[in-house]
Write a protein that binds this ligand. Structure first.
Ligand code: 6R9
Length: 661
């Protein structure tokens, strides 16, 4: 069985099975083959049509794309709009106020809320007024650090309503990580909650905000606190404000103003190849257009009839584009779930699908592989006949997981869309179009209409069918990132310098004989753990910040469930070596280091394995040869060591590890 995304890729490319959509699906599908023709005939004209179809403009745009200062793009030039009005107000105005926007399912059983578009409208207006009362206005950044509760979506939309870029920080990140993100964006307000539920227990969030703001000078003037768990919180008078009190005190109606299409909508931090996370920022118009368009043609959302569920956390880009901005701009009904898939039992997801009659499910391969491990008896207990389409995102999906998803979850009737995209691309780029494409297990297949993607070799030349190379985007697209917050040079350098005039995605890919694209995973020092991007450099610097660590090297090793797992090799400082040698101390130290990483970055960054070694393999120029460490971490015969400065290092490492067992 090939269990990892990149292992056995040769075998993958011989995958011959294809699945055509059923006539029933085709008959109701939002998109047909003509969409490809329209986009190919006139790409910019095509995007102009989508922009006017999916988004309500306060002022229509003139020029579709201004690429004169490439790679800095302007889309829908001169257009003015309000993202929140598009996601909320206009559905109420169109008479759909009674439609449920969010079927919210809390982690504790029975803790649910249904929120209609009319109710959402009331909430975003009050929240916008409350933020304005705290001094937030156009261009002021707001950090959001919340669990998966409706207020997270409301907070984002209220910011958008004011033209205040939001920066959502995943609730699993530590105080340290939160601090650097708050300060990099210069956030004026932080929106958080007392806590959230995780695996049946309340756990605190506000303490991390308090700690993040205690680090030193801060740009933050106020902290808005949602009451979720009711647990005790420390309170800083004058700074902290209860969300419910602020909303109650705020005016009921808020007149939204339109902003320029290029006005920044949000910043979202993602791991890069250096230790410093990149603040990716997106502009309002193009982003909204592509989110709504893709949610309509790829997920095939029919707002009047579907119940859509994207299982991502709002702290990741998938939650931004496919919980908040895509589905809500369409006026869809969706499920939002607070907890983990195994709380209180391993059938929780399927129980939700059954109870809420979910028709479209969008989740990640790591979750699918976990469900496979738990066994099909669990989903088999539930009635999932409501499902009509399944989606996958975040990492390559191996054909076994794809087939299991199709058979066990989709009852062999639902098309699967394997969607490739990134925080930077803002919305889906490569994916089957479900009423058109004959799907092939394990491949994201082809760019969607309006997008141009290629696989190129080292020299930037397109590769032949059957060959591999780098995934690039050769034309700008509406939801493309507009830059890295405060660092235009890094934007150019990271994405636009590898190949002349092309966006370098950082992923390796192959073309099969039929021209399908198979995305293989990162070719840089970014790992993909359960669909979350983690930088080797960031974890290395967290390890080295521990007083007992002299040097660290981190690699992503293949893992059956999480795709990749974090494996760290650590050289101790001289004074710590003796200590670790004493019986039992080594294990304690490993635990201490894992906790240290959790404290610095967050529990998701905890290495699966930390190996204490006497040396690290380096080239003569001093570069750590992660390839060799990967061999060790994956229990393989160590590869070519001829470029090592000291070729005995690898045997030293292997010897040390054997004794260490
Ligand atoms: C949306 C999201 C982006 C990286 C990307 C790639 C990997 C995402 C994938 C996929 C293969 C897919 N990735 N979707 N690889 N097939 N369908 O995940 O954004 O967190 O920025 O990660 O995830 O390596 O470069 P982000």
């Amino acid at each position: 069985m090939s269990t990892t995304p990149t292992e056995g890729i040769e075998a993958l490319l011989h995958e011959q099975r294809t699945f055509a959509p059923s006539p029933d699906f085709v008959a109701q599908a939002n998109a047909g083959a003509e969409l490809f023709e329209q986009a190919a005939a006139d790409r910019e004209g095509f995007w102009a049509d989508q922009a006017r179809k999916y988004v309500q403009w306060e002022t229509d745009f003139g020029q579709v794309l201004d690429w004169s200062e490439a790679p800095f793009a302007k889309w829908f030039v001169g257009g003015r709009l309000n993202a929140c009005v598009n996601a909320v107000d206009r559905h109420v105005e169109a008479g759909h106020g009674d439609r449920v926007a969010i079927h919210w399912v809390g982690e504790p059983e029975g803790d649910t809320r249904d929120i209609t578009y009319a109710e959402l409208h009331g909430m975003v207006q009050r929240a916008a007024n409350a933020l304005a009362d705290l001094g937030v206005g156009e261009g002021d950044a707001v950090a959001i650090y919340l669990p998966m509760i409706p207020e997270a979506a409301v907070a984002m939309l209220a910011c958008a309503r004011l033209g205040a870029p939001h920066s959502v920080v995943f609730g699993g990140f530590s105080a340290e990580a939160l601090h650097s993100r708050i300060e990099d964006a210069g956030a004026k307000v932080v929106i958080t909650s007392d806590g959230g539920y995780r695996r049946g227990k309340p756990s605190g969030l506000k303490p991390a905000v308090d700690a993040a703001l205690a680090v030193g000078e801060t740009s933050v003037q106020h902290v808005l606190v949602v009451q979720r768990t009711g647990q005790d919180v420390e309170w800083t008078e004058g700074r902290d404000v209860w969300w419910h009190e602020a909303l109650e005190a705020a005016a009921e109606t808020h007149e939204a103003q339109a902003f320029d299409a290029e006005h920044p909508l949000f910043i979202l931090y993602t791991s890069g190849t250096t230790g410093k996370p990149k603040g990716i920022f997106h502009a309002t118009g193009g982003y909204l257009v592509q989110c709504a368009y893709t949610n309509h043609v790829v997920h095939d959302v029919h707002p009047e009839t579907d119940v859509y569920w994207c299982t991502a956390d709002i702290g990741w880009v998938t939650g931004h584009s496919y919980i908040v901005y895509g589905p809500m701009t369409l006026g869809a009904t969706q499920v939002m779930y607070e907890g983990t898939p195994d709380t209180p039992h391993q059938g929780r997801f399927w129980e939700i699908v059954q109870d809420k009659k979910v028709t479209i499910l969008y989740t990640a391969p790591t979750a699918i592989r976990t469900f496979m491990k738990w066994g099909r008896e669990i989903p088999d207990r539930y009635d999932m006949s409501s499902l009509k389409l399944l989606g996958s995102v975040g990492e390559p999906i191996n054909p076994e997981a794809w087939m299991w998803y199709r058979e066990v979850i989709g009852g062999e009737r639902c098309p699967i869309v394997d969607t490739w995209w990134q925080t930077e691309t803002g919305a889906i780029m490569i994916s089957p179009v479900p009423g058109v494409t004959e799907t092939r297990p394990g491949s994201a297949q082809h760019p969607i209409p309006g997008i141009v993607a290629k696989v190129v070799d080292d020299m930037g030349q397109e590769v032949a069918k059957g060959s591999g190379g780098y995934l690039v985007l050769t034309e700008p697209w509406p939801s493309m990132l507009r830059g890295i917050w405060g660092d235009p040079a890094r934007y150019k350098e990271t994405y636009w310098s590898r190949f002349e005039g092309m966006y370098f995605a950082g992923d390796g890919a192959k073309l099969d004989e039929d021209g399908n694209i198979w995305v293989l995973g990162r070719v840089d020092d970014v790992m993909n753990v359960s669909g979350h991007r983690m930088s080797t450099a960031e974890i290395e610097s967290a390890l080295v910040s521990h007083p007992k660590v002299a040097e660290a090297a981190v690699v992503g090793a293949a893992d059956e469930t999480t795709g990749q797992a974090i494996c760290a090799f650590v050289i101790l400082r001289q004074e710590a070596v003796g200590e670790a040698d004493e019986a039992g101390e080594g294990q304690d130290l490993v635990a201490e280091l894992r906790n240290h990483v959790a404290k610095e970055i967050g529990p998701i960054a905890k290495p699966r394995q930390i190996m204490i070694v006497p040396e690290l393999p380096k080239t003569r120029s001093g570069k750590i040869m992660r390839r060799l460490l990967k061999d060790v971490a994956e229990n393989r015969e160590v590869g070519d060591v001829t470029t090592l400065a000291d070729s005995s290092v690898m045997s030293l490492i292997s010897e040390g590890l054997k004794h260490g067992d």
